[in-house]
Design a protein around this ligand. Structure first.
Ligand code: SF4
Length: 236
C-alpha cells in the first residue's frame, strides 16, 4: 500500500515538474463552458485558421514559461473559490501533449481530493484521427472536448463553439451530465464574451467565443468610453 502511494506521489511530482508554455490564465470565466471556470490558454498553434482572434498564441516561443504544477496551483485555488470547471484552450493544447495530459491528470486528482464534480473541458482545433493516437490520448482526462478548426465562413449560434463545424463531445459520465443539455443549445441574444479590466484601468481583455462582428462593436462602444480592447491580437 505504501509503495503504491509512493508511486502515485512520485508520478504526481513528475507531472507537476513538466514545463508548459501558456498565453494566459484567468478565474472566473463564465463564457467558455458551464458555470464559473478557470480558463488556461496554452501557447503555440500551427493551424493558422483564417480569422483566428488569438494570433498572439500562435508562436510556440511566445507567452510565458510555466510548469504544470504552477497551473495546478491555480486550479486548486479556483476550486477553493468555487470553480465549477476548468477550460483549457489556446493556442493548440495538443501541441504540448505531455503537459496537457499531466495537467488533466493532476486537475482530476485535485478535484477528487476537493470532493467536487468540477468538469474538465479542452478546446482543440484538431479532429479525431488527424493526429497520432499518442497525441490524441493526451485528452484522456478531459470530460468533454470541442474539436475542429475555426472556420470564419461558417458562423454558428451553438453555445461555446466558434463555427458550425466544431463539435462539442462529452467523453465521461460527468461530461455527459454537464454538456448533454447544451449540445444543440443556441446562445441566447446578448454578449458572448466577458470583459476583464487591465490592471492599469485603461483597457480591457475579452474572454469567450464572440459572434461575428461582436468584437468590433464592443471595441467601438468601449472606445467611446475611453477604454481600449487589449489582448495582443483579438482582431481577425
Ligand atoms: S482558431 Fe484556434 S486552432 Fe485556429 S489558429 Fe486560432 S488558436 Fe489555432
Amino acid at each position: 500500500m505504501t509503495g503504491v502511494t509512493g508511486e502515485t506521489a512520485a508520478a504526481a511530482a513528475a507531472d507537476a515538474a513538466l514545463p508548459v508554455r501558456v498565453a494566459d490564465g484567468y478565474f472566473p470565466v463564465e463564457t467558455l463552458g458551464p458555470g464559473r471556470r478557470l480558463a488556461l490558454w496554452f501557447q503555440g498553434c500551427a493551424l493558422a485558421c483564417p480569422g483566428c482572434m488569438s494570433r498572439h498564441t500562435w508562436d510556440p516561443a511566445g507567452g510565458r514559461a510555466a510548469t504544470v504544477g504552477e497551473l495546478l496551483r491555480l486550479w486548486e485555488a479556483a476550486l477553493a473559490r468555487g470553480a465549477e470547471g476548468l477550460t483549457v484552450s489556446g493556442g493548440e493544447p495538443l501541441a504540448q501533449p505531455a503537459a496537457l495530459a499531466a495537467l488533466l491528470r493532476g486537475a482530476g486528482r485535485l478535484r477528487e481530493r476537493a470532493g467536487r464534480a468540477a468538469d474538465l473541458l479542452v478546446y482543440t482545433g484538431h479532429e479525431p484521427g488527424e493526429v497520432p493516437e499518442e497525441v490524441w490520448s493526451a485528452l484522456a482526462g478531459a470530460d468533454a472536448v470541442v474539436t475542429g478548426r475555426f472556420r470564419v465562413a461558417e458562423p454558428t449560434d451553438l453555445v461555446w463553439r466558434g463555427s458550425a463545424n466544431q463539435r462539442l463531445v462529452p467523453r465521461t459520465a460527468l461530461g455527459a451530465l454537464r454538456y448533454g443539455p447544451h449540445l444543440a443549445r443556441l446562445h441566447p441574444p446578448g454578449p458572448r464574451v466577458s470583459l476583464r479590466a487591465d490592471a492599469d484601468g485603461g483597457g480591457a481583455r475579452v474572454y469567450g467565443v464572440p459572434a461575428r462582428g461582436e468584437l468590433r462593436r464592443l471595441e467601438r462602444e468601449l472606445a467611446a468610453g475611453g477604454i481600449r480592447l487589449t489582448g495582443p491580437s483579438w482582431r481577425p
